[in-house]
Design a protein. Structure first.
Length: 386
């Protein structure tokens, strides 16, 4: 097992009838900005419940945060924060709203540079507004980690950032609110969480059996409960297990002491930036061809995954690894998620070359758990996804 440090200060409040606790979680003397997306929180009564809980607080609102949140929108929120002297941020919704809120919390204190530098050149985050979250959509795990991803529409870029200063102080997890989600969003949540685990698990053996079993527990639960939640989002038991699995997939626990990949995400972000494809669906497009391309490096863990999660058999490690990849694609298809780039856009030709060129320009010349994936490999992986 590798050396590691683990820190996660996020307080989790999970389940039904929990929103009244917001009154004690946010200091009453703090001026609050509530941030949300397209307005689903008005339909599921979450907005009204929050307003009631915070009736003794001063609360302003900022809506319209997009899926794959836009940098341009986040900057408008920063301007409002400065104008109104906001002291606490409350993100209400899914991972996109939470990611945007984390970025806004940090960008509010960038004075001498453009806030984009946090994303473009990893400008150190030295200060951030305190924030909390109310989660109504299981997927990204952003409610219990210190990272996020922002899209800049003007340049078709999607970039990641992170800092311990943007850990939420608390997160209220609401499976019941997720019961009104469209099935498409539930499917996205299952696949997003699934691939988050795979990025930390499908690497190479690191003498960390407990971490493997943690990862496999999340995968097993997603395989068992994800389809139930997809079939009936109002199934509270299934949605509860999906939501907690998505949180556990990316709160740092399963990452302790093991190598990690994240190349699927790096490539997937570009597909979203270029074509606006849902984040989870870009992962479903890229993961299978990436695993096949990196089969020699990943086959031991792929075979283990295939045996333990899917019950695959074979005469060789490679046979089991390839069968595991097939099972993964079949699982995505069972959630009505397509796995070829050409199924999402007729303009896919040339995409592989563009992404490889971008990675070269950024100096991303050694990616993956072995730092062995080059831009030329990325080009081959993306072409294999067509």
């Amino acid at each position: 097992m590798n050396n590691f440090e683990f820190y996660n200060p996020v307080k989790i409040i999970f389940g039904k009838d929990q929103l009244e606790k917001l009154a004690t979680l946010i200091p009453v003397n703090k001026k609050v900005l509530m941030l949300y997306g397209g307005g689903s929180i008005f339909k599921n009564n979450v907005h009204a419940s929050i307003k009631k809980a915070l009736q003794n607080h001063t609360v302003l609102e900022f809506g319209g945060i997009e899926p794959n949140p836009h940098y341009e929108t986040a900057i408008k929120a920063v301007d409002l924060i400065k104008k109104e002297n906001i002291e606490f941020l409350l993100a209400v919704g899914g991972g996109s709203v939470i990611d945007a809120t984390k970025f806004i919390a940090a960008a509010a204190f960038v004075e001498d540079k453009e806030p984009w530098e946090i994303l473009n050149n990893h400008l150190p985050i030295k200060k951030a507004l305190p924030l909390g979250t109310v989660l109504t959509l299981p997927a990204t795990g952003s409610e219990m980690n210190s990272g996020g991803v922002i899209t800049r529409i003007a340049t078709h870029e999607k970039r990641a950032f992170g800092s311990p200063l943007v850990f939420p102080q608390f997160s209220v997890l609401m499976p019941e609110a997720a019961g009104t989600l469209p099935k498409r969003q539930v499917a996205n949540g299952v696949v997003d969480a699934f691939v988050h685990v795979m990025e930390q698990y499908i690497t190479f053996p690191a003498g960390a059996p407990l971490q493997d079993r943690f990862a496999e527990a999340v995968l097993h639960t997603l395989v068992e409960e994800g389809p139930k939640a997809f079939a009936n989002p109002a199934d509270y038991s299934a949605m509860s297990n999906l939501m907690w699995s998505a949180t556990m997939a990316l709160n740092g626990v399963i990452a302790c002491g093991v190598p990690q990949d994240w190349t699927t995400h790096m490539i997937g972000h570009e597909l979203t930036a270029f074509f606006g494809i849902d984040h989870a669906r870009t992962l479903a497009i890229i993961a299978p061809p990436l695993y096949r391309h990196c089969l020699n490096d990943k086959q031991e863990k792929l075979a283990q995954y295939g045996e333990r999660i899917w019950g695959v058999t074979g005469n060789t490690v490679q046979e089991k690894a390839l069968a595991a990849i097939e099972k993964t694609e079949q699982f995505f298809h069972s959630l009505e998620i397509k796995t070829r780039l050409s199924e999402y856009t007729p303009k896919y030709e040339g995409t592989a070359e563009k992404i490889a060129e971008r990675f070269t320009e950024r100096g991303w010349v050694g990616m993956g758990e072995r730092q062995s994936i080059k831009p030329t490999d990325v080009e081959k992986i993306v072409k294999a996804s067509y």
